[in-house]
Each structure stands twice: as structure tokens, then as C-alpha cells.
Design a protein around this ligand. Structure first.
Ligand SMILES: [Zn+2]
Length: 224
């Protein structure tokens, strides 16, 4: 069973939902698997929905309650753009000390980052992080084929890298002012892994990504 734990409607009438498997719910720490901050990165949503379906089907043991946010950016998904429907890069919109209204990234030359927490998607993420007090977060992007981490997550990142074979970097190599990792990982000190999958645009590529990541994610969730 899967049930909706929380949700909002974005500026265009799309639903953004946080899910939870009923089997796992109890008085235990919460963790989050989140994807599709960027509408043109379907890989993260694919991976998270896959894990969600799998865990909903069977009973499993984990020391955590596992929450799933497969798609933070449904308006960007419809347009297949990095930004949301308002033209804002949702992974640069957090009210961090280093906030900048310009998103510099390797995918688009530059993009608007809005004003701090100007987007409803960002405020929803901030609200659920406050409400559920996640003790570790996995954020899935594409398509740089590496693992980056923020906050006290180096050991977790090393383990994850060993399981899936993705290269671990200490720094992604370009500025990420106002990113979710900066806000949640560095400023709130929540252990946070950012996984950048290889490109997965065909069904076969998606399944290959899932095969590489499955054990690493199961490990991240401490599934038994
Ligand atoms: Zn991304």
C-alpha cells in the first residue's frame, strides 16, 4: 500500500505529492527520496517511482519511515524544461546565505533562480523537511553520472558510490548557490546525497540505471 502523506497544488494546477508506504510507518526517524527538481530529468522520477512500487508490494524491514517525492517539478515536466513553468531553476531557489538570482549550471547557460523561496515547490519542500525532520535525504538528478554530497554525509556517499559504481566528488565543479543541497545539507546539516545518473532517455537506459542504483538505494534505506 502507498498513501499520500502530504501534497500541494503548484501555480499551474498540478499536484505535487509526498508518498509513504503504510507498512513502514511507525515511531521511527524519517528519510526522504526526492526527484525531478528539473523537468527535463526524468531519471530521478523513474528511479523513485520504481522503489516506491517495489516497497509498496512487499513488506520490508527498515529502521526508517521512507518518504517519496518522485516529482517536485510537474510544470517543468510538462514543458520538459530544467526550470519550472515560471522559468525558475528549482534547485537554486532556496533561501541560503549564498543565494544568487542567476543559476549557473552545465545544462543551460544560465537561468533565473527567482528570489529566495519565491516558488511554491521550494516552500513545499522546506515545509516537509521541517515537518518530517528527515535524518537523511537522497536527491536524484541527471545526467552527470556521479555522486555529490552536502552536510555530514561523506561516509554515506562513499558507501553509495561503492555500491553503484558512480564516481564520488567532493565538489560538483560549478557554483550551486541556493541549491537544495546547500540549504538542507550544509545549512541545516541533514546528511544529503545528490545522485546524478547517466542519461536515461530510453526504456533500456532507464532499466540499466535502476539496476545500478537498486542496491545502493536499498542500502541507503537500510532495507533488510
Ligand atoms: Zn538536476
Amino acid at each position: 500500500m502507498i498513501y499520500k502523506a502530504d501534497g500541494i497544488i503548484d501555480a499551474f494546477g498540478n499536484e505535487i505529492n509526498l508518498w509513504q508506504t503504510k507498512e513502514s510507518y511507525r515511531d521511527a526517524p524519517n528519510i526522504l527520496l526526492a526527484g525531478r527538481f528539473h523537468g527535463d530529468e526524468p531519471e530521478g522520477e523513474f528511479v523513485i517511482r520504481h522503489m516506491m512500487r517495489e516497497l509498496a508490494k512487499k513488506s520490508y524491514v527498515s529502521p526508517y519511515n521512507i518518504y517519496f517525492l518522485p516529482c517536485l517539478n510537474p510544470s517543468g515536466k510538462k514543458l520538459f524544461t530544467r526550470a519550472n513553468g515560471r522559468g525558475v531553476d528549482l534547485n537554486r531557489n532556496y533561501p541560503t546565505q549564498n543565494f544568487s538570482s542567476q543559476s549557473v549550471n552545465p545544462h543551460t547557460k544560465s537561468l533565473f533562480a527567482g528570489s529566495p523561496a519565491s516558488e511554491v515547490e521550494t516552500r513545499f519542500m522546506m515545509d516537509i523537511v521541517e515537518k518530517y525532520k528527515f535524518v537523511r535525504i537522497l536527491s536524484v538528478h541527471s545526467d552527470l553520472h556521479l555522486i555529490d554530497y552536502d552536510g555530514p554525509a561523506r561516509e554515506l556517499a562513499v558507501q553509495f558510490s561503492q555500491k553503484c559504481g558512480y564516481r564520488l566528488v567532493d565538489d560538483i565543479g560549478y557554483p550551486t548557490n541556493g541549491s537544495f543541497g546547500t540549504w538542507a545539507g550544509i545549512e541545516k546539516q541533514i546528511p544529503l546525497l545528490t545522485v546524478e545518473t547517466p542519461k536515461g532517455r530510453t526504456e533500456a537506459q532507464m532499466h540499466k540505471i535502476m539496476a545500478q542504483l537498486h542496491e545502493a538505494i536499498a542500502d541507503f534505506c537500510q532495507l533488510q
